[in-house]
Design a protein around this ligand. Sequence first.
Ligand SMILES: NC(=O)c1ccc[n+]([C@@H]2O[C@H](COP(=O)([O-])OP(=O)(O)OC[C@H]3O[C@@H](n4cnc5c(N)ncnc54)[C@H](O)[C@@H]3O)[C@@H](O)[C@H]2O)c1
Length: 318
Amino acid sequence: MKIGLIGIGKIANYQMQAISHTKGISLVDAHDLDPVRAEELPGSVTFYENFDQLLKRSTADAFMVSTPTPSHFEVAMKVIEADRVAIVEKPLCISPEQEDALRTAATTRKLPLYTAFHPSYGREVEWWVEQREKQNFDLGKLLGFESCFADPYYLNGELTLGAVGKAGAWIDGGASSLSILSRLIDPSAMQLVDGRMTTIPSLKCSEVQGLGIYRFIVDDQPGFGIVDTNWTLGKNHKMTRLWYENGSIELDHAKEFARLNHRGGDELVFNLATDKPRLVNHYCGVFSNLTEMYEKGEDNQELSCKLHKLLFAANRKI
Ligand SMILES: NC(=O)c1ccc[n+]([C@@H]2O[C@H](COP(=O)([O-])OP(=O)(O)OC[C@H]3O[C@@H](n4cnc5c(N)ncnc54)[C@H](O)[C@@H]3O)[C@@H](O)[C@H]2O)c1
């Protein structure tokens, strides 16, 4: 599968490393509004200064949209309207209206549409999904969860450069958290109970903090969970704690480890990190899943649709 990259920013480097580690996929072309970004590309990749020329001439099978989140809609729509396949960084877009327009445009043209939910491929997430499938540790049924995604993007009364490219704490961290939870809880069995967003009036950001409370049913067992996203804590903290009938598991998404408490026994710590950076591990998962789906003519629209519904429900109170 040949990929064209649109947007060569901070995340592109990790994506390029992951592509080079994944069988059956290669990067052929790229485009960025800023031509200086072309310096980041390996010699084998052709840089197009003009987006229309890229879409017209590129031999890529699909285009990875890695531009700032508020521009996903406009860029992805251009890809689809050119009858080409779009793989869009999570979140796909920032409103239900944009989402509906993108899905309609792709469906009308019979094009697949992918969302790259990279955090759901974290090593610690993959590991825990596998333990649950193999019924290791016998923790029993899931009763609840608490997921926190905090980035230090609000310092000295201003948003930092790290916030550029992200639309808000909720839309960014909420999409990450919900995609991780979907590996363990069917999103169709989740429902929003309440959503709260914090706005700081001096900032051009409607959600520097966002909270979603959800109810769910897994194995006939009802439960509740909280997704808490925050840019004002001044720290990088990404963690999901799930509690079960016989114990709990804490997945640290920033450090790639898991901490298990089983029936009050000694705590077990599992280090799942590799020699590769965390984000390279994530994108290896994204691209291997993508090539598999592409070969079968499938996409992840159904999952993406359910996750964005849960995401937008919290900040739109639908
Ligand atoms: N930085 C991270 O840690 C991280 C992690 C995972 C996912 N992401 C996601 O990746 C996306 C990009 O984030 P980033 O941190 O790499 O952003 P960035 O600001 O570092 O880079 C974005 C790049 O896109 C280019 N660009 C902007 N508008 C464009 C347009 N209309 N057409 C073509 N190029 C355009 C910019 O010139 C820039 O080089 C975002 O959706 C973000 O949520 C970022």
